[in-house]
Write a protein that binds this ligand. Structure first.
Ligand code: ZN
Length: 251
């Protein structure tokens, strides 16, 4: 029987990389009085599985939609974003649940490819992107309206669960809404220098989330895994040389 002591294998799966520039990636970077420089970004989703279930946290972006709409010209993966799953012998059909950290297109692009899965998202996140301001020019640069439609389809099909605040979704799997980067983000990009990424909707919540990650990271046996930090690939044991690391084995 599942119980609260359940443990999981946990992996970070990298599906793309991009060479960014600090001045473009960090909000108000010129105010720090430092020269700009390279800012490499990796794109991940994550797998947690045990004998009871297979869970993804996010599901990458859609290569086809990105190409169709001329997006991600700099970092288009040369493979399907879901390909790293195959290194762990997971097929999309095997996935039982997908936790959607937020609605940006690099996190929800393949929501329609898991026929047997249910999904979770913070209620505030869904409400924002389907509400009156989600389609405004600035926030809309990072979401795909077709994908918002796919998430709405999941709700209609009874496959989308809303997280209010913080919730244990399964034994050993907890989702917590932090806000900041997007209204209902449940995980975030976190930088060691405490500098907000250029895209946020609530600066105070962003700093609060960074402090929470710092506090969590100080706990024994806890690793905070940022969403776009290339250092993740160097700090954990590789499962595949380029595309997957075992998050239960820090180096
Ligand atoms: Zn994002």
């Amino acid at each position: 029987m599942p119980n609260s002591e359940e443990t999981y294998e946990v992996y970070a799966l990298r599906y793309a990389s991009r060479q960014g520039e600090k001045a473009r990636e960090f909000y108000g970077f010129h105010r720090y009085g430092e020269p700009s420089g390279p800012c490499p970004l990796d794109y991940f989703f994550w797998l947690a599985r045990n004998e009871h279930r297979t869970i993804l946290i996010d599901c990458g972006y859609s290569k086809d939609r990105a190409r169709e709409k001329g997006r991600y010209t700099q970092n288009s993966p040369n493979h399907d974003a879901l390909e790293p799953l195959s290194y762990l012998s997971v097929r999309p059909d095997d996935v039982d649940h997908v936790v959607l950290s937020h609605m940006h297109q690099d996190h929800v692009g393949n929501v329609n490819r898991f026929p047997n899965a249910t999904f979770s998202m913070a209620r505030e996140e869904f409400d924002f992107w389907t509400g009156p301001y989600g389609a405004r020019e600035l926030p809309a640069t990072s979401v795909d309206s077709d994908e918002v439609g796919l998430v709405k389809d999941l709700l209609r099909e009874g496959r989308l669960h809303f997280v209010d605040g913080s919730e244990t979704l399964f034994p050993g799997i907890r989702a917590t809404r932090l806000g900041g980067h997007t209204p209902g983000q449940m995980m975030t990009e976190v930088m060691e220098a405490d500098r907000p990424f250029w895209f946020f909707c609530d600066l105070e919540a962003t700093y609060r989330a960074y402090q929470l990650f710092r506090d969590l990271n100080a706990r024994p046996d806890t690793s905070v895994v940022p969403g776009h930090d290339p250092a993740v690939m160097r700090k954990f044991k590789p499962v595949h040389p380029d595309w997957a690391v075992d998050l239960t084995s820090p180096l």
